[in-house]
Design a protein around this ligand. Structure first.
Ligand code: FES
Ligand SMILES: [Fe+2]
Length: 462
């Protein structure tokens, strides 16, 4: 496989076709680890999971296990969960609190700021000669606490997380700010749900990038009515009131769906339920509109931060990461968020709704997994993999500088209010994927610094 083949041969945006090889080829999978997961910014957790000194949460960055922890001075760190002596996992718990991480193999121990502080028989066996200062835990080279969400990268040449996001930050905020539009006042609810599915990680990544076409999959859930008001799977009155858009960031690889209400249209009530719940959300929506002005007309819908972090800003409010576990396996982790300041009744209500919607037991997510798993299995054979997938939907109808009723939206926008669906956001995921797979350095990847890329965009409608 030549590297130049990623953009032209495997991801052919001019034709709107993508080779099945990128999903099922083991060699491509190995290259992804180096080119994507070792270079991109990845989500590792939320600060509310480690509020006190000594708190830790064991997370993942690609295939790599990491420890997210808060040291004695309150500083947050992300370390590779691998002992420097012979590689054993130094932490085998999912989460907890500890003064030191002691390796179970030979007993080296590390303080919560990563320093090697204990070496059995240091004086006798090493004759006091081991330079312990050189053997601390391996730490990520860049870490960013963005509104409580913790992001890290192994690449010292990667741009800052803020630059990596660009104007997509405004859309990410729809997941991270509290419901009333306040700055990041959310916390993780309960534990993290983790489960394994037999498909390539890009199947869920693509779906959450904005697969607006698969409603047929959720027909049964819609009929059962798992939404809080008992109709459909969510309470989404914005569907009838707002423009429905797909927004892509060509140079970043991030994308999301949004609804944009007409000017002057009140934000529809998020959840009609018991009086406490309904009043809480009504109050929050009012505050949000007051705080954010015209931007308050934007209502979040699923999206992705490149490469594998899925956003579900509301109904339910979650973040998922699709950890690669070989070309044919993905470990899914889902975090559930609530407003820190919400009344307990609201948190309980959301917990019930989240559980029946998302995760391995959630009815909606089960529908999706069934599709990804069988699609992957049916694409692996020597005959099947000769035939590309089609990504032609809506090609050429995207718009820069999109404006609706006086509100200009950052990103390249596809208005699917009338069209119902497009594969605009999906193409964007693979556009960036191919760039990452080909680029030798972050100099090449930071195209926004040069402003000279056309990203293989085909504008049929112009
Ligand atoms: S592997 Fe950790 S002390 Fe030997
Ligand atoms: Fe779905």
């Amino acid at each position: 496989m030549t590297e130049a083949g990623y953009r032209t041969g495997l991801v052919d945006l001019a034709k709107g076709q993508i080779s099945r090889e990128i999903f099922v080829n083991d060699e491509i999978y190995v290259q992804e680890q180096e080119r994507l997961f070792a270079r991109a910014w990845l989500f590792v957790g939320h600060e509310s999971q480690i509020p006190n000194p000594g708190d830790f949460f064991v997370s993942c960055m690609g295939e790599e296990g990491v420890i997210l922890c808060r040291d004695r001075a309150g500083q947050i760190h992300v370390f590779l969960n691998s002992c420097r002596h012979r590689g054993m996992k130094v932490c085998r718990y999912d989460e907890g609190n500890t003064p030191v991480f002691t390796c179970p193999y030979h007993g080296w121990s590390y303080s919560t700021d990563g320093k090697l502080v204990g070496v059995p028989y240091f004086r006798e066996a090493y004759h006091g000669a081991l330079d312990r200062s050189q053997w601390g835990l391996v730490e990520v080279v860049q870490l960013c606490n963005y509104k409580g969400a913790l992001w890290a990268t192994w690449d010292p040449t990667a741009p800052s997380f803020h630059e990596y996001l660009g104007d997509f930050a405004r859309y990410l905020d729809l997941s991270l700010d509290s419901w009333d539009g306040g700055d990041g006042g959310i916390e993780v609810l309960g534990g993290i749900q983790k489960w394994i599915i037999p498909c390539n990680w890009k199947f869920p990544a693509e779906n959450f990038s904005g697969d607006s076409y698969h409603n047929i999959s959720h027909r049964s859930v819609d009929l059962v009515g798992i939404g809080p008001s008992g109709s459909g799977r969510r309470d989404t009155r914005e569907r009838e009131l707002a423009r429905r858009l797909q927004v892509s960031f060509y140079e970043r690889g991030h994308q999301t769906g949004v609804y944009v209400l007409p000017s002057g249209q009140p934000i529809p009530l998020a959840y009609a339920h018991s009086p406490v719940v309904s009043e809480y959300f009504a109050h929050c929506e009012e505050q949000r509109r007051r705080r954010q002005g015209e931007w308050g007309r934007v209502i979040g819908s699923p999206g992705e931060v490149f490469p594998n972090i899925a956003l579900h800003p509301r109904q339910p409010r979650t973040i998922a990461v699709w950890h690669p576990r070989g070309a044919h396996k993905t470990e899914c982790w889902r975090w559930y968020f609530v407003d820190k300041a919400a009344p307990q009744q609201v948190k309980d209500f959301l917990r019930d709704y989240y559980i029946r919607y998302s995760g391995p037991a959630g009815l909606t997510e089960q529908d999706d997994m069934e599709n990804w798993n069988y699609a992957h299995a049916a694409s692996r054979g020597v005959i099947a993999r000769r035939y590309p997938y089609s990504y032609e939907q809506g090609q050429g109808y995207e718009r820069d500088n999109y404006e609706f009723d006086g509100l200009r939206l950052p990103g390249t926008v596809m208005d699917i209010t009338e069209a119902k669906s497009s594969e605009h956001n999906l193409r964007n995921l693979y556009r960036r994927w191919a760039e990452f797979m080909e680029a030798e350095s972050w100099d090449e990847l930071a195209t926004w610094r040069r402003g000279d890329q056309n990203h293989g965009i085909v504008r049929a409608a112009e």
